[in-house]
Design a protein around this ligand. Structure first.
Ligand SMILES: Cc1cc2nc3c(=O)[nH]c(=O)nc-3n(C[C@H](O)[C@H](O)[C@H](O)COP(=O)(O)OP(=O)(O)OC[C@H]3O[C@@H](n4cnc5c(N)ncnc54)[C@H](O)[C@@H]3O)c2cc1C
Ligand SMILES: *[C@@H]1O[C@H](CO)[C@@H](O)[C@H](O)[C@H]1NC(C)=O
Ligand SMILES: *[C@@H]1O[C@H](CO)[C@@H](O)[C@H](O)[C@H]1NC(C)=O
Ligand SMILES: *[C@@H]1O[C@H](CO)[C@@H](O)[C@H](O)[C@H]1NC(C)=O
Ligand SMILES: *[C@@H]1O[C@H](CO)[C@@H](O)[C@H](O)[C@H]1NC(C)=O
Ligand SMILES: *[C@@H]1O[C@H](CO)[C@@H](O)[C@H](O)[C@H]1NC(C)=O
Ligand SMILES: *[C@@H]1O[C@H](CO)[C@@H](O)[C@H](O)[C@H]1NC(C)=O
Ligand SMILES: CC(=O)N[C@H]1CO[C@H](CO)[C@@H](O)[C@@H]1O
Length: 774
């Protein structure tokens, strides 16, 4: 009965919607709705609202419909886009009737009857036949809920749907219990355009004459995307770089510095204040510093009700905004070590001399392990406790980035790429030097669907912005090049949509009516795009100790921070808010029985993302040790796209290899081997009722995700086992390159951004040096 997938996928994996609602006319009722057809289950969701009114009997109602193949045993709609804390509608067919109810969930548990005033009425347009149930309903009192929230019918929102192919426990009972949904998804909807002046007619059963052709919403999208827009002449560029994450920004800065004419395209919008971002906490308005600037707001990225920064068409966390992952990550930052770029982990020999590039990175973007501008460290109780534990296990304390090659039995203060008490990263450094160059152009809110090619020659990129070129096509110059830096999931999808990748993925694109047209099959390039995926498996251990200040589990940092800490930060970018949640990191090397040396990393922070304890504990005293397995790990998985075109994990990469699991368990046992040596230190998750083995066995794979995807378009020696060659050029193409996490052949020893950025420096140098370019 636990809603585990939403439990795990919503808070940890982020919103995932590939679709935006569009207008369509239901062919049987003639009603015009705004909604989507989910292409996987082929369920249509539609909504239409009465003319806008702020008061009056109809101001909080709408008419909706669900058209569902009979395989849909029940369908749920979450009007606020999340399972907990918004009005849920649940319906199914029982014989020749629709059974429906309004529900509410306070957490990721079985929703129960909604206790507010909302009325569902099944309208006469409802039909059930051999293939579908088609529920048309009126929902009164449904846009304002009894917790004070609601949907704003004048602006944009997110709706979540839940699907199950397992029948409810008692189909005749509207409040029947049921097992968790077997799938779910999200879509964006612009409520302001979903009102109809025909509302009274609809209620009276009069759909009128449909004024638009009676096609489903997904088909409407297909026909509009390719034909609209004024014809403009496009400017050709020497280099078009897709994606302003760390890979794309560093490549764009170095290549424009070299005098090339560079266009950087980013699908998302502004992030930090410096980029024009304005998502400012209520307490920080005087500063204008955004959620992405203030390090102490990091944890609030995962609890916000409007997380516009996550890519809505990728089913794991990915940042879709200026800076990509580096604008929303924990900013843990490790200078690469020699092992990170060795041939042992798959780098070509030509890449092993990383030192010049790593030092270019360090001079542009130095790390700090004391991010507060006053040089002090704050909220260090968990550091003090865990350093006692680790000292008892033979660890020594070091300044981690002073000796990047020391990664065995060492711990130190967490290091970050914060600058001046704010998020730094490539956005505050490399992007700022590129922007003033006359030969550098940066466009945000531009989505690249594919590269346009003639066989192996890339002609340019297809965007959704017809002001940049005819129908959105932007060409490269005669010798020009395209660099993909869309991140592991983003770049893979662009490749598939360009006819480059495993045949099954290209066929998935081919069968999606809203995907761009592929090149002819004779021009498909079969490369292992999405294969070899790695991500660190990570396991959280949660403890309590009387000395810990769990900082209210970071729950209040956005709306109700501790006043003194907020004031201190605003005055001088110092104090608790100048740092993110991590306080200590440690590493230990393990020899495996298979001959591989694996590294375990630990990250320690006050608070906990989730706990499961059968004994009472004091939540104000919680802290977490996350244990990751990194370099040396042998498990690999596969990423790709689903039928709806969403970037997704096809085969989980975590603990597939038995020795990986053995070593990770050994590392967990070691971390807690001397708990009794620290008085009053208690492990609460797992608690005394569960062994570490049981805990790991029950661990939901989706929460083992560390968002550290690498190797999905790996560098290597041939097209049979790699996607790019040693110059990061895509095999089988003349002028297509990749500079992002995907080229990294193996997980680095620490969180990956340091290695990705050093690799971007090196890749830019190799691209510039490669003959034949502009
Ligand atoms: C929640 C979270 C926490 C993390 N914490 C850490 C950490 O503390 N330390 C660390 O080292 N690493 C961390 N990481 C990982 C790190 O941020 C990523 O490894 C890194 O950002 C990957 O860089 P990238 O250049 O490959 O891609 P990304 O950072 O993903 O950037 C890709 C960019 O391309 C854009 N894009 C994608 N597709 C298109 C398209 N079709 N058209 C136009 N633009 C497109 C995206 O919007 C995005 O801006 C974290 C990641 C996440 C998600
Ligand atoms: C069954 O209902 C669906 C949904 O309303 C409709 O599309 C389909 O045409 C109907 N089938 C028949 C045979 O009437
Ligand atoms: C292109 O896509 C981006 C990202 O989804 C979006 O923000 C932008 O509005 C789109 N542009 C157009 C012209 O539709
Ligand atoms: C595609 O390439 C071929 C040969 O490489 C060339 O003959 C042809 O003109 C090209 N077509 C276009 C549209 O550029
Ligand atoms: C929980 O911990 C806080 C802070 O250490 C303390 O003030 C409080 O009394 C504790 N509560 C209980 C029930 O022990
Ligand atoms: C441990 O807790 C006991 C009471 O529960 C207290 O007397 C003692 O001081 C605590 N020790 C430490 C080191 O916190
Ligand atoms: C919580 O822990 C208990 C054992 O203590 C275990 O049986 C149960 O499955 C765990 N629950 C979850 C959601 O992991
Ligand atoms: C072609 C061109 O305009 N190149 C310029 C790009 O920007 C750099 C740095 O400002 C100049 O040195 C180049 O001349």
């Amino acid at each position: 009965m636990l809603f585990r997938s939403l439990l795990t996928l919503l808070p940890f994996v982020g919103l995932a919607f590939s679709q935006s609602a569009s207008t369509f006319t239901d062919p049987t009722s003639g009603f015009q709705f705004t909604g989507i057809t989910d292409p996987v289950h082929e369920v249509t969701y539609g909504f239409t609202f009465p003319p806008l009114a702020t008061s009056g009997a109809q101001s909080t109602e709408f008419i909706g419909e669900i058209v569902a193949p009979v395989a849909s045993k029940w369908i749920g709609i979450a009007l606020g886009g999340a399972m907990a804390g918004d009005l849920l509608l649940v319906a199914w067919a029982n014989g020749n009737q629709i059974v429906s109810s309004t529900r509410w969930a306070t957490g990721y548990v079985q929703p129960t009857a909604y206790t507010g005033t909302a009325t569902l009425t099944t309208l006469p347009e409802t039909t059930i036949n051999a293939t579908h149930w088609h529920w048309v309903f009126r929902c009164q009192g449904c846009t304002q809920w009894n917790n004070g929230n609601g949907i704003d019918v004048t602006s944009e929102g997110v709706i979540a749907w839940a699907f199950s192919n397992v029948a409810v426990d008692d189909p005749s009972d509207p409040q029947s219990t049921f097992s968790e949904h077997t799938d779910f998804g999200f879509f964006g909807i612009d409520y302001s355009t979903a009102h109809t002046s025909n509302y009274q007619n609809y209620l009276a059963g009069n759909g009128g004459t449909p004024t638009t052709s009676p096609t489903g919403p997904s088909h409407t999208t297909t026909t509009t995307t390719t034909t609209t827009g004024p014809t403009v002449s496009a400017t050709p560029y020497d280099y078009i770089i897709v994606g302003a994450g760390p890979g794309g920004i560093i490549a764009a800065d170095r290549i424009s510095q070299a005098g090339k004419k560079v266009l950087l395209l980013e699908r998302g919008g502004p992030s930090t204040q410096e980029t024009g971002g304005n998502y400012v906490a209520p307490w920080a308005t005087s500063s204008g510093l955004t959620k992405f600037d203030i390090p102490g707001l990091f944890e609030s990225l995962f609890t916000d009700s409007n997380p516009f920064w996550w890519c809505k068409d990728i089913t794991v966390f990915a940042g879709c905004l200026v800076g990509g992952g580096t604008s929303v990550n924990g900013a843990l930052y490790w200078y690469p070590n020699d092992g990170d770029f060795s041939t042992n982990v798959g780098w070509p020999q030509s890449w092993t001399n990383h030192a010049p590039y790593t030092s270019m990175l360090e001079s542009r973007l130095p790390s700090t392990d004391h991010p507060s501008t006053d040089g002090q460290r704050y909220l260090e109780q968990s550091f003090n406790l865990v350093s006692q534990l680790l000292s008892g296990q033979g660890y020594r304390q070091i300044t981690i980035n002073d000796s990047p090659d020391s990664k065995d039995h060492v711990f130190g203060y967490s290091a970050f790429d914060f600058l001046n008490g704010k998020r730094g990263g490539p956005v505050a450094t490399y992007l700022q030097t590129a922007l003033p160059r006359p030969n550098f152009t940066f466009k945000t809110n531009v989505m690249v669907s594919n590269v346009v090619r003639n066989g192996s020659q890339i002609l340019g990129v297809q965007t959704n912005d017809s002001t940049l070129g005819p129908n959105g096509f932007i060409p490269v110059t005669a010798k020009g090049r395209v660099i993909l830096s869309g991140g592991a999931f983003g770049t893979s999808r662009i490749l598939y949509q360009s006819g480059i990748g495993p045949t099954d993925m290209l066929q998935t694109v081919q069968s999606n009516p809203s995907a761009p047209a592929l090149p002819p099959q004779a021009q498909w390039i079969n490369l292992p795009v999405g294969m070899n995926a790695q991500d660190n498996p990570s396991i959280n251990l949660v403890f309590t100790h009387p000395s810990i200040d769990a900082y209210d589990n970071w729950a209040d940092v956005w709306s109700d921070p501790r006043p003194a800490d907020a004031a201190q930060y605003l005055a001088s970018q110092s104090g608790v808010f100048a740092g993110a949640s991590p306080k200590l990191n440690f590493w230990r090397a393990y020899g495996g029985s298979d001959g591989f040396t694996r590294y375990a990393q630990g990250t320690v922070r006050p608070g906990a993302a989730s706990t499961n304890s059968s004994l009472p504990f004091n939540a104000t005293q919680m802290f977490t040790i996350t244990v990751y397995l990194s370099t040396g790990i042998q498990s690999r998985g596969r990423i790709g796209i689903d039928a709806a075109g969403r970037g997704t994990v096809l085969t989980n990469p975590w603990l597939v290899n038995a020795e990986d699991k053995t070593v990770l368990l050994q590392a967990l046992h070691d971390v807690v081997s001397n708990l009794p040596s620290v008085a009053n230190l208690t492990m609460i998750t797992p608690d005394v009722t569960q062994t570490l083995e049981e805990y790991v066995d029950l661990y939901d794979p989706a929460t083992m995700n560390s968002n550290h995807w690498v190797s999905t378009t790996t560098i290597g020696s041939s097209a049979s086992n790699a996607v790019v060659d040693q110059n990061v050029k895509v095999f089988g193409t003349n002028n297509l390159f990749i500079v992002d996490a995907g080229i990294v052949p193996h997980l680095p020893t620490g969180n990956p951004q340091g290695v990705i950025m050093s690799a971007a420096e090196q890749a830019a140098a190799k691209i510039l040096a490669l003959a034949g370019g502009p």
